[in-house]
Design a protein around this ligand. Structure first.
Ligand code: PLP
Length: 393
């Protein structure tokens, strides 16, 4: 028996446990201070009423002989795949229903997709980064190269022809930086992927925050992307499904590598290792695309977007450099006075009682930066920004 020793190469993630520890210590010493948490990456608004109604209706169906459902199709029910297909059509992207695979969220698929790629692929991951891309590849023993995201490139690295890689991760709008690629930027990555016979894994978990038609919310808005890209999306941030769990992955049929269809490989993988998302949850996700559902989820997204604007406007007033905040729930700011990420964390906690996330926790290039999120409530966001203005003006 041999264990997978690649697990020994994983770095322990102290980011959120360290934050929790520091916050607990502070609260114990200062029980009277009102702490405002702007570090949270989880949504806080409840599910839309249209979604809740769909859940209730589907639960009732499960209790009646004629409408009860057992195992469903592993790749998802047609009603949901067709609803997603129509959603893409509104972006002028045409995909077939059997190119869409329903899952319990983007995180699982981002990890599981690696099953269909050989271990000896070279992987390119931006730094700073959503840690799942790094850890899932380390578990599989793959080599990782980092694409430098920094202030100079607005945290949107472009391909470097000198660097050869096979699997490329792109997240836009980005977590943690909130930065969003333009169509031109994504076009360069698609060209690079074609030139190097690479595959792009495009994480569109935050696409619903994009407000402009000029900015791509799907990689398939770029010509030629269907030959080189897999897209991951989620209902988590779009419709508050972080606890309900549903996402989807698009694997185009045009994506053929070494004479093999990756769509067929992924279908084979899913039908072997996955038994589908609960019927009730898929009905809930379908309701997101109804007229009522769309109206209701847009109100929630707008609420978070307004919070993001309040934070971004405050940084503008203070002359603090940042990315994000406009087409993203994240604001990624340069720590004032050249403070290091954790130094700034301690400063905010102890002086204005605001909690955020130190950028250094997302990679080496995150040092000196800090992530604030707009998923909190309005009153607290406004109060936190008043405290910022007072402390840094
Ligand atoms: N991708 C990014 C960039 C994320 O930030 C997250 C969640 O925070 C996910 C994917 C995972 O989403 P899900 O809840 O669908 O697993």
């Amino acid at each position: 028996m041999n264990i997978n020793k690649n697990y020994l190469n994983l770095e322990d993630s102290y980011l959120f446990s360290n934050i929790a520890k520091k916050v607990a210590e502070f609260t114990q010493k200062n029980p009277d201070k009102k702490l405002i948490k702007l570090g949270i990456g989880d949504v806080t608004l409840p599910l839309a009423p249209a979604v809740v109604d769909a859940i209730k209706k589907a639960a009732d169906e499960m209790g009646v002989q004629n409408t009860f459902k057992g195992y469903g199709p592993e790749q998802g029910y047609a009603f949901l795949r067709e609803a997603i297909q129509s959603y893409y059509l509104k972006k002028k992207v045409s995909i077939q229903a059997d190119e869409i695979f329903i899952s319990d969220g983007a995180k699982s698929d981002l990890g599981n997709i690696l099953d269909i790629f050989s271990q000896d692929n070279m992987v390119l991951v931006p730094d700073p980064v959503y840690p799942v891309y790094v850890d899932t590849n380390i578990m599989a023993g793959r080599k990782i190269i980092y694409a430098e995201a920094n202030k100079e490139n607005g945290f949107l690295p472009l391909p470097d022809d000198k660097i050869k890689c096979d699997i490329i991760y792109i997240c836009s709008p980005n977590n943690p930086t909130g930065a969003v690629y333009t169509k031109d930027g994504l076009k360069k990555w698609v060209e690079y992927a074609h030139k190097n016979d690479a595959v792009i894994l495009f994480d569109a978990a935050y696409e619903c925050f994009i407000k402009s038609d000029e900015l791509p919310s799907s990689i398939y808005e770029i010509d030629g992307a269907k030959n080189c890209a897999i897209e991951f999306c989620s209902f988590s941030k779009t419709a508050g499904f972080t606890g309900t769990r549903c996402g989807y992955t698009v694997v185009p049929k045009e994506l053929v590598k070494q004479n093999c269809s990756l769509n067929k490989f992924w279908l084979r993988r899913q039908t072997t290792k996955f038994n589908g998302v609960p019927y009730i949850v898929q009905r809930a996700a379908q309701a997101v695309f109804s007229d009522e559902g769309q109206k209701q989820i847009k109100e929630n997204i707008e609420y978070y977007s307004q919070n993001a604007k309040i934070i971004a406007d405050t940084m503008d007033k203070l002359g603090v450099w940042y990315t994000g905040g406009k087409h993203s729930p994240y604001i990624w700011l340069k720590c004032p006075n050249d403070m290091k990420s954790w130094e700034f964390f301690d400063y905010l906690l102890n002086n204005i009682y605001v909690v955020g996330t130190p950028g250094a926790g997302f990679g080496n290039n995150g040092e000196g930066y800090f992530r604030l999120t707009s998923f909190g409530n309005r009153e607290n966001t406004v109060e936190a920004m008043q405290r910022f203005l007072k402390a840094f003006t």
